[in-house]
Design a protein around this ligand. Structure first.
Ligand code: AMP
Ligand code: GLY
Length: 427
C-alpha cells in the first residue's frame, strides 16, 4: 500500500517513520515533507493552504491511505474534498474540525454535553466582552476564536489587561487578522496532559498519554511555542484516571458529535488540565500533536496503518493498541530567536553520531537539503526522541544524543520531564 502524508514537520516525520514500519506499506510519500523526511520517504511538492494543490497531488498519486498532519488543511476541508474523489483519508471533515478551528464552538459544545471544562463566555464585540469580564476573577484567559498557531491564548493578570487583549484580537492588531469572536475563560491550575485518541465516528481508542512543554524557557518561562519537548510514561495517568477521562470526556465528545450529525473520525487531542476538581478540557485539537506524536509513536508496538484503517472503517471497537512499557521523551532543538524571528540555512552537524545513541530516533521538523548538506529551515529544527525502561534513562539518552548535534544558535530546553522525575507531574 502507498501512504500519503500531508505536512512537513516532526509529527509528519514520525508518522512517515511509523507508516514505513508497517509490513503492508510499500511506499511512503510525504508532501511537502522536509530534509529529514526525504531520507525515509519520497517528498512531493504541495501547498498545504491550497485545496486544489492537495487534491491534484492525491489524485495523481492514488495512495491507499492519506494521513493529514496539520490543522490548516483540515480547516480548509481537505478531508471532504479528498473523500469526494473516492480517496481514503484519515482525519475529520471541515465541520468536525470546528472542535479545534473555533474555540467558541468547542466551549459551547462542551457545555451542551456536560463535559468538564472551565467557565467561559464567548463575545462577539468588545462591549460584550467588557460586560462579561466583570464576572471573572484574574488571572483571566483570553483566546482568539480561530486558529492562531499557538499565539491565540493570552493570560491576563487583570481585567484591564484582559480588555486590552480582547480589543487587540477584535481589531486584528494582535494576530494580523480581526477575530469575529473572542473567548474569555476561567484560569485553571494543575498539570497539563495531552490525551490523544483515535476515533472512528463512534468509538474511541486512547493513545499513550503525553505532557508537552509549551514555553520556550526552562522552568516554563517565556513565550509560548509550538512545543519544546514531550515525555510519555504509563505512570502519568493511572488506569482509573484514564478510564474517567474516557468515560467523561473523550467518549461523550465523540457521542455528542455523532448525535449532532457531525461524526468525528481522526485524532481527538484532548488538551486537559488535571485540576483540584478533576480533569477539565482546556482545548481540543483534531489532529496528532507536535511534538507529542514523536514521543507517542516510538512507544507504539501495534501497526499504525492497521489502526488508522480501522478508524476509517468504523472498526475501532475491535482495536486494542500495544505499547512499549517504560517511557519516551522528545527534546526539540530550535533556532536561536524562536518563537520570534530567527535565521535559517545553518548547516547541521552530528546527526550520524546522535542517531547511534541506543533507543534514539531523530525526527526532523525545520530542515532542508541545500547543496548536498542538511541545513536548518525553521524555528523548531529537530525532535530528538528516545525510549527506555524509565523516564530518567529516556531523558538521559535524548540529551546524550542532543550533545552530539550542533548548528549555529542551537537552543533546547534542559528540563524536559524534570518535574515528573521529582514526582510532581504524576497525577
Ligand atoms: P491552547 O492554545 O488553548 O492550547 O492554549 C495554550 C496554552 O495556554 C495551554 O496549553 C495552557 O498551558 C494555557 N491555557 C489555555 N487555557 C487555559 C486556562 N483556561 N487556564 C490556564 N491555562 C490555560
Ligand atoms: N503540541 C501542541 C500541539 O500540537 O498543538
Amino acid at each position: 500500500m502507498k501512504v500519503l502524508i500531508l505536512g512537513s514537520g516532526g509529527r509528519e516525520h514520525a508518522l512517515a517513520w511509523a507508516a514505513a514500519r508497517s509490513p503492508r506499506v510499500t511506499e511512503v510519500v510525504c508532501a511537502p515533507g522536509n530534509g529529514g523526511i526525504a531520507q525515509t520517504a519520497r517528498c512531493a511538492p504541495v501547498k498545504l493552504n491550497d485545496l486544489e494543490s492537495m487534491v491534484r497531488l492525491a489524485v495523481a498519486e492514488r495512495p491507499g491511505l492519506i494521513i493529514v498532519g496539520p490543522e490548516l488543511p483540515l480547516s480548509l476541508g481537505v478531508v471532504d474534498a479528498l473523500r469526494e474523489r473516492g480517496l481514503r483519508v484519515f482525519g475529520p471533515t471541515r465541520v468536525a474540525a470546528m472542535l479545534e478551528t473555533s474555540k467558541g464552538f468547542a466551549k459551547r459544545f462542551l457545555q451542551r454535553h456536560n463535559i468538564p471544562t472551565g467557565n467561559y463566555a464567548v463575545c462577539a464585540t468588545a462591549a460584550e466582552f467588557g460586560k462579561a469580564v466583570d464576572l471573572f476573577h484574574p488571572p483571566i484567559v483570553v483566546k482568539a476564536d480561530g486558529l492562531a498557531a499557538g499565539k491565540g491564548v493570552i493570560i491576563c493578570p487583570s481585567r484591564a489587561t484582559a480588555m486590552e487583549a480582547a480589543q487587540g484580537l477584535f481589531s486584528g492588531e494582535l494576530l494580523g487578522a480581526a477575530e469575529r469572536q473572542v473567548v474569555l475563560e476561567e484560569f485553571l491550575e494543575g498539570e497539563e496532559i495531552s490525551f490523544l485518541c483515535l476515533c472512528d465516528g463512534s468509538h474511541v481508542v486512547p493513545l499513550a498519554p503525553a505532557q508537552d512543554h509549551k514555553r520556550i524557557g526552562d522552568g516554563d518561562t517565556g513565550p509560548n511555542t509550538g512545543g519544546m519537548g514531550v515525555y510519555s510514561t504509563d505512570a502519568m495517568l493511572d488506569p482509573g484516571m484514564t478510564e474517567w477521562i474516557l468515560r467523561h470526556i473523550a467518549e461523550p465528545t465523540v457521542r455528542g458529535m455523532a448525535d449532532e450529525d457531525v461524526p468525528f473520525t481522526g485524532v481527538l487531542y484532548c488538551g486537559l488540565m488535571i485540576t483540584a476538581r478533576g480533569p477539565q478540557v482546556l482545548e481540543f485539537n483534531v489532529r496528532f500533536g507536535d511534538p507529542e506524536t514523536q514521543a507517542i509513536l516510538v512507544r507504539l508496538e501495534s501497526d499504525l496503518i492497521d489502526a488508522l484503517d480501522a478508524a476509517i472503517d468504523g472498526e475501532l471497537a475491535e482495536t486494542e493498541l500495544r505499547w512499549a512499557p517504560g517511557a519516551s521523551a522528545c527534546v526539540v532543538a530550535s533556532s536561536a530567536g524562536y518563537p520570534g524571528n530567527y535565521k535559517t540555512g545553518w548547516p547541521i552537524a552530528g546527526l550520524g553520531a546522535a542517531g547511534q545513541t541506543p533507543g534514539v530516533q531523530i525526527f526532523h521538523a525545520g530542515t532542508a537539503q541545500a547543496g548536498g548538506q542538511l541545513v536548518t529551515a525553521g524555528g523548531r529544527v529537530l525532535g530528538v526522541t528516545a525510549m527506555a525502561d524509565s523516564l530518567e534513562e529516556a531523558l538521559d539518552r535524548a540529551y546524550r544524543a542532543m550533545d552530539e548535534i550542533s548548528f549555529e544558535g542551537i537552543y533546547y530546553r534542559r528540563d524536559i520531564g524534570r518535574r515528573a522525575l521529582k514526582g510532581a507531574a504524576h497525577v
